[in-house]
Design a protein around this ligand. Structure first.
Ligand SMILES: [Zn+2]
Ligand SMILES: [Zn+2]
Length: 346
């Protein structure tokens, strides 16, 4: 075991504080990553505050990890010391089930091992990216192309793949009208990616406060959902809606914006169950769906796509001492558009 500096929540809802954790020794197929940057994802806050149910403490959150390989195990073939790499929301899976074999490790039928707040194959709790280093099996590590800076790439490892995967799955592209609900950490990347895929992009945000940003990021249209006229004007006009918000939505109202056979895909998750009148999907053969991150192969594809199209996250770089304040600002939607921790400050 190696002792590593980290920032952890000692208990549910407690402020994060500097501490040390143990990382396992570098095994045959492992790589040791010198973490340079870690994004702050809304789900870090949900989990550190037990919003999604009982969690494991102390907890080092962080699943938007960008860094440089500093050691490789004897059996590692895909990476060398000095490579620029990323780790997202999972660090292992069973590798044998139908989904793992299909490259859908995020839907591993035996449960993927999450980067933090999970239990690793060694039976120990996993700890995430708010730390100086991490040890990960090479099969769950992706390469960050040279064209992307590490700080702007970090949020792609969760927010990027979370939006890229459903946009690809539901065929966002030329001739398709795609709406993104919420212009936050996930939403701003959804807009950039959907635009780069060639879709006509609409942002649906509570107000017009971020309209200028939205248009600059690549949106063609921008509407306030607080204005009832928005739902009248856009009725039946969209092929795909990707909702990135974690507040409960009036799903029926959003489904009414879809064309026949359109899909409303949720990548944000409210803490409470939601209700729906099923006539909202029966009329027009509509789909209400969800999507979770992406597989390892697709995550690499997303990074290559982003590098090719010059897509990085819009970030606010912070020191580790600012994490608790950043959490409050994320909850108040007061960040444009992702906090990234400079892990040298831990
Ligand atoms: Zn995340
Ligand atoms: Zn599996």
């Amino acid at each position: 075991m190696t002792t590593v500096a980290a920032y952890a929540a000692p208990a549910a809802k407690a402020p994060l504080e500097r501490t040390t954790i143990e990382r396992r020794e570098v095994g045959e197929h492992d790589i040791l990553i010198d973490i340079k940057f870690a994004g702050i994802c809304h789900s870090d806050i949900h989990q550190a505050r037990e919003g999604w149910g009982e969690a494991i403490f102390p907890m080092v959150p962080g699943h938007e990890i960008a860094g440089v390989v500093s050691e490789v195990g004897s059996g590692v073939t895909r990476f060398r010391v000095g490579d620029r790499v990323g780790v997202g929301c999972m660090v292992d899976s069973c590798r044998e089930c139908d989904n793992c074999r299909a490259g859908l490790e995020q839907y591993c039928l035996n449960g993927a091992t999450m980067t933090y707040n999970g239990i690793g194959r060694d039976g120990l709790p996993t700890q995430g990216g708010y730390a100086r280093t991490i040890v990960v099996d090479e099969n769950y590590v992706v390469r960050i192309p040279e064209g992307l800076s590490l700080d702007e790439a970090a949020p792609l490892l969760c927010a990027g793949i979370t939006t890229y995967s459903p946009l690809r799955h539901w065929n966002a592209g030329p001739g398709k009208k795609v709406a993104v609900v919420g212009l936050g950490g996930l939403g701003h990347l959804a807009v950039k990616i959907a635009h780069a895929l060639g879709a006509e992009v609409t942002v649906l945000s509570q107000s017009l406060r971020k309209k200028d940003d939205g248009l600059k990021l690549g949106a063609d249209h921008y509407y306030a959902t607080a204005d009832p006229a928005t739902f009248e004007n856009l009725r039946g006009s969209l092929d795909l809606i990707v909702s990135t918000v974690s507040a409960p939505l009036d799903l029926g109202a959003y489904l009414s914006l879809l064309k026949t056979d359109g899909a409303l895909v949720n990548v944000g998750a409210p803490e409470e169950p939601v209700s729906l009148n099923l006539f909202s999907v029966i009329g027009g053969r509509k789909t209400l769906a969800g999507s979770s991150i992406g597989g390892i192969r697709e995550t690499q594809e997303m990074l290559d796509f982003c590098a090719e199209h010059g897509i990085g996250a819009e970030i606010e770089l912070i020191g580790a001492a600012e994490i608790n304040e950043a959490y409050e600002r994320v909850l108040n939607s007061d960040v444009r558009y992702r906090f990234v921790i400079d892990t040298a400050t831990i």
